[in-house]
Write a protein that binds this ligand. Structure first.
Ligand SMILES: [Zn+2]
Length: 183
């Protein structure tokens, strides 16, 4: 897919693709070919359209059913690896959608991304704050694209990002359990 970058932002050269790949906030999304893999929980990354749907509707990352809710909030299982030295989970930002209990248990047993450790959280608030994706430099700036940028809603960078994932900020977080997948 050819990209065009102007002072206005980044566009797919084909206007039809561009319209299809743009969300209501005006951000452009990566278009991946092919079918979703059978067991997306174990994939390194969810397909962008699937991630977007699950994250937007707070449905389970694994099976698309509603994510588990309890008095303490919604269920999130996150790999410790992604967050380096984070020990405080309050306010953590993630592209991983919540999960139902069945998928969370399955993921904790089998997901290779959780092998180095996972945390199980209950989360009362999870505001959509922005888009994770590739940020393209303004024309003439001479900078390289940043493939792991987090661009917040309202940022002047939003027209220059091609998204891979919606990002939520988790607040009112209760740490329920920690562990590591046994390989
Ligand atoms: Zn599920």
């Amino acid at each position: 897919m050819d990209l065009t970058i102007t002072q206005e932002g980044v566009f797919f050269a084909d206007p039809v693709w561009d319209a299809l790949a743009r969300d209501p906030d005006g951000a452009l999304w990566e278009v991946w070919g092919g079918c979703p893999s059978g067991r997306p929980v174990y994939a390194a990354e969810l397909q962008p359209d699937r991630q977007q749907t699950a994250m937007e509707s707070l449905s389970c990352a694994g099976c698309k059913r509603p994510a588990s809710r309890s008095k303490l909030g919604m269920l999130w299982v996150l790999p410790v690896l992604d967050y380096g030295e984070v020990t405080v989970w309050e306010g953590v930002r993630t592209v991983i959608p919540p999960m139902c209990e069945d998928c969370a248990n399955e993921a904790k047993r089998r997901c290779p991304r959780l092998r180095k450790g996972w945390v199980e959280l209950r989360v009362r608030e999870a505001e959509l704050i922005g888009v994770r994706g590739t940020l393209y430099p303004r024309p003439g700036s001479g900078e390289e694209p940043d493939s792991a940028a987090l661009v917040l809603y309202g940022s002047a960078d939003l027209p220059f990002v091609v998204g891979r994932g919606l990002v939520r900020e988790l607040t009112n977080v209760t740490l329920v359990a920690t562990g590591a997948t046994v390989s």
